[in-house]
Design a protein around this ligand. Structure first.
Ligand code: PBG
Length: 333
């Protein structure tokens, strides 16, 4: 037998791709429904399942339908939901966001009654509940009142905690909100309740379908959200946001959106040991659904590839509207 010195001249990476078993052995990233969070939109009424036109497959549900939803999620191995509410009435101070019988508070109770082990995440923000559609209070000048909004955000967090939420997720992007929420939760006997901060939340056009779903488009004249959500051009600033939220005792941090921000996910992953969530937002979902409906993409393959990419970038937790379908597909694999 002759041994050629040329044998090592090129690298045969294909050796470890030869079979499904071999590929399974060397796979670096995995998808597990235990790490999915499924967002739910909750609305007033009974027996309401109102499809969201820009998010095919997603609906606004009334509280009485949530027990069945919880059962379906349990069967699929999805153990966490994130709640958004569509209030009956909106006002300047977002009262229904922190009312003890607010729509989300009712939903939290119904879900925890139906399945005490389901992890219920409460989104803390005023935009669904304010008539101007901003995430905080407005000053007479039309500017968003950062510091004046903090007590209301903290009050929202406490009311969600009292309803039974397991994790508080502030998405408003006011400075100091994590610390304000932590302080008020601690003072209300909720020292052990964790906070998942939407730390690097960008002023993104990918939230369009969500704003239709939650009826939370900022009112014309009151401007957009660029004064508090992040500039899509920035990544170092994301690390400042994350560091600030960690200093204020966040237990988990988030990057949002996910797909156009994979580099941000990677940078945040490398900057902290905290659990990291990524939000695969409504516009990302809508794009895949629209192309799939046209027959232009293989939906199943694209969704699983996308979710894997977000995990590979460094996210532990995936918040995604694809959660149920992905869980089904993973089971079939
Ligand atoms: C509320 C909130 C938004 C989203 C989650 N929480 C909308 C926004 O900030 O305008 C977007 C989620 C999605 O697009 O799926 N502040």
């Amino acid at each position: 037998m002759t041994v050629s010195t040329r044998a090592a001249a090129f690298t045969r990476t294909r050796r470890t791709r030869a079979s499904a078993a071999m590929r399974g052995l060397v796979r670096e990233t995995h998808l597990d429904p235990a790490q999915f969070i499924y967002p739910l939109f909750v609305t007033h009424g009974r027996g309401v399942r109102e499809p969201i036109s820009s998010m095919p497959g997603q609906s606004r549900l009334s509280v009485d339908l949530l027990a069945a939803e919880a059962r379906e999620l349990r069967d699929l191995g999805i153990r966490a939901v994130l709640l958004f509410g569509i209030p009956e009435a909106k006002d300047a101070v977002g009262s229904e966001g922190y009312a003890s019988d607010g729509i989300v508070q009712q939903a939290v109770r119904a879900l925890k009654d139906a399945d005490p082990e389901l992890l219920v995440v409460g989104d803390v923000c005023l935009c669904e509940y304010t008539d101007h559609g901003h995430c905080g209070l407005l000053l007479p000048s039309g500017e968003v009142d950062n510091d004046g909004s903090l007590p209301l955000l903290a009050r929202t967090a406490v009311s969600l905690a009292e309803a039974g939420a397991d994790l508080i997720a502030p998405s408003d992007m006011m400075d100091g909100r994590v610390g304000a929420i932590r302080e008020v939760l601690d003072g209300s006997g909720f020292e052990t309740l964790p906070i998942m901060a939407y730390s690097a939340k960008y002023a993104s056009a990918f939230y369009g379908p969500f704003r239709e779903a939650a009826d939370s488009v900022p009112r014309q004249g009151a401007g957009d959200r660029r004064g508090y959500q992040m500039d899509p051009a920035n990544v170092r600033e994301a690390l400042r946001e994350v560091a600030a939220d960690i200093a204020e005792q966040a237990d988990m941090v988030m990057v949002k959106p996910a797909l156009a921000y994979l580099d941000v996910i990677r940078a945040v992953r490398e900057s902290t040991h905290l659990p990291l969530a990524a939000y695969n937002v409504s516009g990302e979902y809508a794009m895949v659904k629209a192309a799939a409906q046209q027959g232009w993409l293989d939906e199943r393959a694209v969704v699983l590839e996308t979710l894997m990419a977000i995990r590979r970038a460094g996210a532990d937790i995936l918040i995604t509207y694809h959660a149920k379908e992905a869980a089904r597909w993973l089971r079939e694999q």
